[in-house]
Design a binder for this molecule. Structure first.
Ligand code: KIV
Length: 263
């Protein structure tokens, strides 16, 4: 696999192909994921749950993200590296610029931020300073307490229309990637078709350009019951390396997610 850049992901989309993404939080797993030719690694703030044992991503700090981004950047070789801005770390212009810079200097190549009332302006600001971004829409886990749980978003027509408009506004503001979480598969397909930038899905059906899962979920080692959209790839593999490689292939072949993983 050649070094993966945003240009590579754009070409994959233009050619009608698919790419695979996984989270990783440490140097050893980053190497395994990269060696398995997974195109994108996300240092997700899900580390609050899978590494720190918290019940949401809200307690994760910028220092946590910088530390884990550095660990992953150390040994992932070819995969594109995205890193999350955690809860309230981009709620003013100054915070957004300072904290995005910290993650970039720790080795991130793209900064992901979850939607809020000002995400379009924040993406525009980061874009003005040449910072590549991935806008995370649909379910925003950092707002779990406001939402009252991890619920499918965009089921009602009005909410779905707003999400489609939001996707276009984010592309126009300079977002390089979109990530859509926990939305109905037909809505994800519409969003993916109406924007030129690559769209990564989780719990969003088979029609996005890329798929992402939390590494610990697809290895079947999370203590909680996994959500419906997760598949445990260890059940059909004899090693972690094989499970990760099979996940990548299943995404590229369009075999994952199947209907049982969709809303
Ligand atoms: O933090 C994370 O791991 C994420 C994925 C669930 C997409 O945002």
């Amino acid at each position: 696999m050649k070094n993966i850049t945003l240009r590579t992901l754009n070409k994959i989309k233009q050619n009608g192909n698919k790419f695979a993404c996984l989270t990783a939080y440490d140097s050893s797993f980053a190497q395994v994921v990269s060696d398995a030719e997974i195109e994108v690694i996300l240092v997700g703030d899900s580390l609050g749950m899978v590494l720190q044992g918290k019940n949401s991503t809200v307690p994760v700090t910028v220092d946590d993200m910088v530390y884990h981004t550095r660990c992953v950047a150390q040994s992932r070789s070819k995969s594109l590296l995205i890193s999350d801005l955690p809860f309230m770390s981009y709620c003013t212009e100054e915070l957004a610029l300072t904290n995005a810079s910290r993650l970039m200097q720790a080795g991130a190549e793209v900064i992901k931020l979850e939607k809020n009332g000002r995400i379009v302006e924040t993406i525009q600001l980061l874009n003005d300073y040449g910072i590549p971004t991935c806008a995370h829409i649909g379910l925003a886990p950092q707002q779990v307490h406001k939402l009252g749980g991890y619920r499918v978003q965009g089921r009602e027509q009005e909410q779905a229309e707003l999400m489609k408009q939001e996707a276009i506004a984010l592309q126009q503001a300079g977002a390089d990637l979109l990530l859509v979480e926990l939305i109905p598969a037909p809505l994800a397909a519409e969003i993916c078709a109406q924007v030129d930038i690559p769209v990564i899905g989780i719990g969003a059906g088979p029609d996005t350009d890329g798929q992402i899962l939390v590494l610990h979920d697809m290895l079947g080692i999370t203590p909680h019951t996994p959500p419906k959209f997760v598949k445990n790839f260890m059940l059909e593999a004899s090693s972690i390396q094989e499970a990760i490689a099979k996940y990548g292939q299943a995404v590229r072949d369009g075999q994952f997610p199947s209907s049982e993983h969709c809303f």
